[in-house]
Design a protein around this ligand. Structure first.
Ligand code: GRF
Length: 193
């Protein structure tokens, strides 16, 4: 469990690659009274990530890193994170795998959200695979990040029913609505609130 050190909120960085709807919900959560986090930094590997607009809208410092060389990108990210005294990292649709060295630098302080009921359907195309396997339920999971893909300790999960006419698109939409509630809830859980 991450301990709150005082009345101040914990500085958080959010990593994105795409639309950033989870980033938006985390920003809204951070702005609530008594929120345990303040989002100080948005990091992306993709200069075209739509979610970067939330940095502009909410005036949060955003940085894009070129991932042609992961080692160099991560070195720069670590330096930025240390400069800003970031204490917790939330991955939100970040499409890169973090190196073991990066994970070591922030051990137990990196969270991720995944659109399935882990340990089922790690990796990509989760909705399509869940529907093809005739699952009755899918959902989303917030977990700590370790060196194996989508395998760290689970913090919270939310189940979502798969209907008969479900498509990967409709399921993704339904699950995303739950993701936006689950991530803030999981952060509260991490801080024992
Ligand atoms: C979400 O479904 C998240 O679970 C997955 O990638 C998607 C990101 O969506 N890791 P958004 O960029 O937060 O809208």
């Amino acid at each position: 469990m991450v301990q709150l050190t005082g009345p101040k909120s914990i500085k958080c960085a959010v990593f994105i690659s795409g639309a950033g709807s989870n980033l938006k919900s985390l920003i809204q959560f951070s702005k609530r009274k008594n929120s345990p986090i303040s989002i100080e930094l948005i990091i992306s590997d993709n200069s075209k990530a739509k979610g970067l607009k939330f940095g502009k809208i909410f005036k949060i410092s955003s940085k894009v890193f070129n991932y042609k060389n992961r080692l160099i990108a991560e070195k720069k990210i670590i330096s930025e994170i240390k400069k800003k005294k970031i204490k917790i990292i939330c991955l939100a649709g970040f499409m890169r795998v973090l190196s073991k060295d990066f994970l070591k630098s922030f051990k137990g302080k990196i969270l991720n959200i995944h659109p399935s009921l882990l340990p089922k359907y790690k990796g990509l195309n989760t909705h399509h695979r869940a529907i093809s396997n005739n699952e009755k339920y899918s959902g989303c999971t917030v977990h700590f990040v370790n060196s194996k893909l989508d395998s760290g300790k689970i913090i919270l999960q939310k189940k979502v029913k798969i209907t008969k006419s479900e498509t990967a698109k409709s399921l993704a939409k339904k699950i995303l609505v739950q993701e936006h509630k689950l991530y803030p809830k999981a952060i509260k859980e991490v801080f024992n609130l």
